[in-house]
Design a protein around this ligand. Structure first.
Ligand code: CTP
Ligand code: MG
Length: 171
């Protein structure tokens, strides 16, 4: 299995299109309280985790929540697509403000796999064009990702994910 080393008291950004398996991966590898998801934040500010109109307030809450955890020295995993550079930049800046390391963990299963999985999800009723746009954002991000301030950029493709991943927390 692939070993992914993350900062024990820092921040990890999951990066991947909808359907890439971020929430599934987070559930498998981290404690529930370590995971801060944009869906949970949307639900808390609007009562509906699919409410796109609540996005700005949801991300305000997300950053506040993450900031408190980082100040308290707790490993925190952000479960959001993070395919846009702007979204990543504000979280990298948050980590810097708290003087903690930040890693990116890219889940890259390919657009067709992600779109096919979403087809089968009753809670995701958007069309394939949403994943296509996210995939395009991710592809645009790839080249510059290592220069955005991450300590490490881990990229897990279908083969690595199928073979299994071990998370190591590094102090
Ligand atoms: N799934 C799967 N095999 C995996 C990982 C996920 O079949 N190895 C399925 C999940 O059961 C789920 C769907 O694919 O039905 C999407 O996985 P999820 O982890 O929810 O994807 P996210 O990246 O979290 O999607 P979103 O951004 O929409 O929250
Ligand atoms: Mg999810």
């Amino acid at each position: 299995p692939t070993t992914v080393t993350v900062p024990a008291t820092g921040l990890v950004l999951l990066v991947g299109v909808s359907g890439s398996g971020k929430s599934t991966f987070a559930r498998e590898h981290f404690h529930p309280t370590e995971v801060v998801s944009s869906d949970a934040c949307r639900a808390m500010v609007s009562g509906d985790e699919g409410d796109q109109d609540a996005t700005a307030d949801a991300f305000d809450l997300l950053e506040h929540w993450v900031g408190i955890r980082l100040r308290r020295g707790l490993l925190t995993v952000v479960d959001a697509t993070n395919v846009q550079q702007r979204a990543r930049a504000s979280l990298v800046a948050l980590a810097k403000r708290h003087h903690v390391l930040v890693d990116a963990l890219v889940l890259d299963v390919g657009e067709s796999t992600a779109a096919a999985r979403n087809e089968a999800r009753p809670e995701r009723d958007f069309g394939a064009h949403v994943v296509r746009r996210q995939q395009r954002d991710l592809d645009r991000s790839r080249r510059g990702l290592r220069k955005e301030g991450f300590r490490r950029v881990h990229v897990l493709g279908p083969a690595e994910l199928a073979a299994g991943v071990t998370i190591v927390r590094e102090r």
